[in-house]
Design a protein. Structure first.
Length: 348
DNA sequence: GAGACGTGGCC
DNA sequence: TGGCCAAGTCT
């Protein structure tokens, strides 16, 4: 059958050239009985949600060196894990990571459930991650569908319906290719194809092992798949960030546990709104009575809005802040690291 | 179920 | 340079 031919071609390509990634056990090694560690598979999958391999890899190495097992992670303090995650983004992932590790440690004796259904209940494991961990770590057949797989399906079958409406159809097409044989390798082969050859822009079709099956290639413009509906434009917001120093230390605050940058350390800020802040308004919202002076601004793009942070700097005292040495600033999310650097640099 | 939720790289 | 994009989940 065509589907089985396609599978055989893609798996052969994967066997010959699977990427060597720190959390992966390559097919040849699996043949000698080596299996992937569920903890490492889970950790990598969570870090890779909406995140590129180059960005996630150093974090994965840092986490596994510091917390070699899920129990080690479960026993760590929240602040330490949030600080280690700083810069990776989507911080709800870090909060759920800890909640999941503690659930596995407390309710499952430190052993991950070995089925998709069992995994799906854990915090931070949605349909994709539960299926991926079940397939990769436990060799459970399942339909592992992420953005790569959606793109590959949209191209193989030249799906005209635009994303995100096409998601159910793409998932159905992917399901029709799943078999009981080598489910983990199949999932990773599909994702490797999407990441290396069947890329969003400039796909490398002349090296694709399944180009002969690709309806999008046959149209002459494979890169135009998947179709997408136009996105709404991002609004702009303004806020004031306060860089308060006491000698070599900087005043930080802990953000509320939910919402944007929830649970992370931050510079004190005003509210964020659609209008720029006047000097008087900015002084009014300051966390301390001090000789504030403007030291410029920084701009930062979030997923759903663009933020301009007007920077005010002063030397002084304040209550309810966390005084932090400059070295500790690497626990800040990128937006505040950028603001802190700009504000402190202005003082030199 | 539509919107919230980060970041850095690329062209 | 600014919009697009990357191994999604939660509410």
């Amino acid at each position: 059958m065509t589907a089985d031919t396609l599978r055989a071609q893609l798996l052969a390509w994967y066997d010959a050239g699977a990427r060597d990634l720190p959390w992966r056990v390559r097919p040849a090694a699996q043949a000698s009985g080596l299996r992937a560690d569920p903890y490492r598979v889970w950790l990598s999958e969570v870090m890779l949600q909406q995140t590129t391999v180059p960005h996630a890899t150093p974090y994965f190495l840092k986490f596994t060196a510091r917390w070699p097992s899920v129990t080690d992670l479960a026993n760590e303090d929240d602040g330490e894990v949030m600080a280690a995650w700083a810069g990776l983004g989507y911080y709800a992932r870090a909060r759920n990571l800890l909640a999941c590790a503690r659930a596995v440690a407390r309710e499952h004796g430190g052993v991950f459930p070995d089925t998709e259904e069992g995994l799906r209940i854990l915090p931070g494991l949605g349909p994709y991650t539960a299926a991926a961990v079940a397939a990769i770590a436990f060799d459970r057949p399942g339909n592992v569908v992420d953005g790569n797989v959606e793109r590959v399906m949209a191209r193989l079958f030249a799906v005209e319906q635009p994303l995100p409406d096409a998601k159910p159809e793409l998932k159905r097409l992917a399901a029709a290719l799943v078999r009981d044989q080598r489910p983990g390798d199949w999932a990773q082969a599909l994702m490797d194809l999407g990441a290396t050859l069947c890329r969003p822009k400039a796909p490398i079709c002349d090296r694709c092992p399944v180009a002969g099956h690709c309806a999008a290639l046959a149209t002459g413009a494979p890169e135009t798949f998947p179709r997408r509906t136009a996105k709404a434009e991002r609004p702009h917001r303004y806020g004031v960030a306060y860089v308060l120093t006491r000698g070599e230390e900087v005043a930080l605050v802990r953000r509320p546990p939910k919402g944007l940058l929830g649970g992370m350390l931050a510079l004190p800020t005003s509210d964020w709104r659609s209008a720029r802040w006047s000097d008087a308004e900015a002084l009014d919202a300051a966390p301390a009575d001090a000789s504030w002076r403007g030291v410029g601004e920084v701009e930062h793009g979030f997923t759903h809005f663009t933020l301009t942070l007007q920077l005010l700097r002063a030397e002084g005292e304040a209550d309810d802040v966390i005084w932090t040495a400059r070295r500790g600033l690497d626990a800040l999310p990128s937006v505040f690291l950028k603001a802190a650097r700009a504000g402190l640099g202005a003082l030199l």
